[in-house]
Design a binder for this molecule. Structure first.
Ligand code: ADP
Ligand code: MG
Length: 599
């Protein structure tokens, strides 16, 4: 007889392999349990990377003494009763398998106090259940996991150095902490406090976390909101002024859980579109709150993936939210108002009850309202205004405050108001680099190369005119480009680039987008070096061509050319070059006057 029933502990350990892979998996499960117990403070600590000991303490609801012996049983949970409950989940856990799994591969002690009764505890040592005995914290639960995988040496061999495992544990805690800013978290490694995250707002929590490893300018991180019936979106995202060369800071959370989902990450990058240079990515922490009936988390052992029933709709909404709310800033050469960062941090916490409570739009949010209040307080109503224009001025002042409150809105408004209403006067060229224009109360310094580049980029894109080469050019490519071209010939054809494969790795260029400069070399070099997303190819190719054809910095620009360029620049919705850089600097008359002591 070949088939035999497995020894229960062996079976239990095999099953545990899916859930508990390393110390950070233990941290993840224990933190989830503390969150589900509605803790307001969670403290985690690891020694020797979690191999010697992992402890998580919370001040949550606790576990009743009679429930303690059930903890090491398979499928023992207080969170679901029926299959249907899975689709109305408001808890992180639901399988009742975490403690059971941990108990099979380590010695776990759970001490808990429930409804003010004296604390009790139980120890389960590698599947061996002990007795419930008195002792433990006055409030909440303390779980201690010692000697993880001690009895399974093969498992230990897959682990990294203790310091690396400890970092993984810290990162898991940090990742969770981002979606629970109303809870305070602490993390200790070998007795040393490594993370201290007091209760705060969502934006501040993200900035706190980012500041641990990144050099982020807080005022360049903005909040985005959107609600659409059965789901809502909230994001803390970077303005186009800062970006990275990888996607590692695009994080997606669904109902508080960090989720890996490439298509939603892609939605974020689509939203940024041309705001960012090709090959660069934003910082974006996106929180999706969705009706639990529309999401299934029960598809991955560690719940890293989720199935969304209305994914297409959410995808679309993410792109729209980002594209419409992230705007390029026009740098203004004045000192940042000193309280601006402070004010960001002072914003009232967004309340995140499991229902969908993010404010419906940016304007509903607090900064302008708070500012209004402080303005009113500093101008008591009994002080009767003498100036008949008082009301108008006050309105303007409030408006002004509102603009300062959100730098993004301010820059965008100024650009749009200025662009539409006033004509400009060309004042000349500086350093053979900037074109200078006066418009209303502003001076604009426009980077001539970047501006021209953008104009050409728009033109190539719009016209899509093609120029057939008198003498086709032959060139060689590497294997991956060869394969890519074979599969994506029409991508290039649509962009005005006609290619024919002559032999293995050898191609002929027959037509290129119409330009007034010789650009075959640039087109070929682009083709040789780029494979990937169609949108990226289009943007990259046209940007390369525009960059090559545009006037350079250092060129002397004729007045008529300068005026023609500025005309187009002021008609643009957003002045940024195809690589995503802003190319306009604004100097305001009032700021300049202040700088020389005029008021
Ligand atoms: P699940 O979280 O899927 O229910 P677990 O094995 O993680 O399964 O936990 C089993 C049960 O133990 C939970 O349903 C919960 O009732 C209880 N429990 C575990 N940890 C805690 C805690 N820190 N505070 C309160 N209850 C807890
Ligand atoms: Mg759990």
């Amino acid at each position: 007889m070949n088939i035999q029933l497995l020894d229960p502990l062996v079976a239990q350990r095999i099953a545990a392999g899916e859930v508990i892979e390393r110390p950070s998996s233990v941290i993840r499960e224990l933190i989830d349990n503390a969150l589900d117990a509605k803790a307001s403070t969670i403290i985690a600590s690891v020694t020797e990377g979690g191999l010697e000991e992992i402890t998580v303490i919370d001040d949550g609801d606790g576990i009743a003494a009679e429930d303690l012996p059930l903890l090491c049983e398979s499928h023992a949970t207080s969170k679901v009763r029926e299959l249907d409950d899975l689709y109305h989940l408001s808890t992180m856990g639901f399988r009742g398998e975490a403690l059971y799994s941990i108990a099979s591969v380590a010695k776990i002690t759970v001490e808990s106090s429930y409804k003010q009764a004296p604390a009790q505890n139980i120890t389960i040592d590698n599947g061996q259940k002990g007795k419930v005995i008195p002792g433990g914290p006055d409030r909440g639960t303390k779980v201690n996991v010692a000697g993880l995988f001690k009895e399974i040496p093969a498992r230990r061999q897959f682990l990294k150095r203790p310091s690396t495992e400890a970092t993984m544990c810290k990162n898991v805690l940090l990742e969770k902490a981002l979606s629970f800013p109303e809870i305070s978290f602490k993390f200790y490694t070998d007795g040393k406090l490594r993370l201290d995250l007091p209760k705060t707002t969502k934006k501040a929590r993200i900035l706190d976390a980012l500041s641990l490893t990144q050099n982020i300018i807080p005022s360049e991180m903005i909040e985005l909101y959107d609600t659409a019936g059965r789901f809502s979106l909230y994001a803390v995202a970077s303005s186009p002024a800062i970006f990275r060369s990888d996607r590692s800071h695009i994080k997606i959370y669904i109902n508080g859980r960090p989720i890996e989902d490439f298509s939603l990450v892609q939605a974020v990058t689509y939203g940024y579109g041309e705001l960012l240079p090709g090959g660069s990515f934003p910082y974006c922490y996106l929180f999706i709150e969705v009706d639990p009936t529309l999401v299934d988390f029960n598809i991955h052992p560690t719940k890293r993936e989720a199935k969304l029933r209305n994914k297409a709709e959410i995808h679309h909404q993410i792109v729209t939210m980002i594209a419409s709310q992230v705007r390029r800033t026009i740098p203004r050469l004045i000192k940042e108002s000193e309280d601006s960062f402070q004010m960001d941090l002072d914003e009232k916490p967004v309340e995140t009850t499991p229902s969908f409570s993010y404010p419906a739009s940016h304007s509903d949010f607090s900064p302008s309202a708070e500012r209004k209040t402080s303005y009113q307080q500093s101008h008591p109503t009994q002080e009767k205004p003498k100036d008949p224009l008082w009301f108008e001025k006050a309105k303007q002042a409030l408006q002004q405050n509102k603009m300062e409150a959100t730098k993004q809105t301010q820059s965008e408004d100024i650009w749009q108001i200025q662009s539409k209403t006033e004509t400009f006067t060309y004042l000349g060229q500086a350093f053979n680099l900037f074109l200078i224009a006066q418009k209303g109360d502003d001076l604009f310094l426009v980077d001539q190369h970047a501006a021209h580049e953008r104009i050409l980029f728009d033109e190539i894109r719009k016209r899509k005119e093609v120029q057939t080469l008198m003498i086709p050019c032959t060139f060689e490519v590497e294997r991956d480009a060869d394969t890519y071209l074979e599969e994506n010939l029409d991508v290039y054809l649509n962009l005005g680039v006609k290619l024919v494969r002559i032999s293995d790795l050898s191609w002929e260029l027959q037509s290129i987008p119409a330009m007034y400069k010789k650009i075959e070399g640039e087109v070929i070099s682009f083709i040789q070096n780029h494979t990937g997303d169609i949108a990226e190819i289009e943007k990259g190719l046209y940007a390369t061509l525009a960059c090559h054809a545009a006037i350079k910095s250092g060129d002397v620009v004729e007045k008529s050319t300068a005026v023609a360029i500025l005309d187009k620049v002021f008609a643009m919705e957003e002045p940024c070059c195809p690589h995503g850089r802003t190319f306009v600097v604004r100097l305001n008359k009032e700021d300049l006057s202040l700088a020389v002591g005029r008021t």
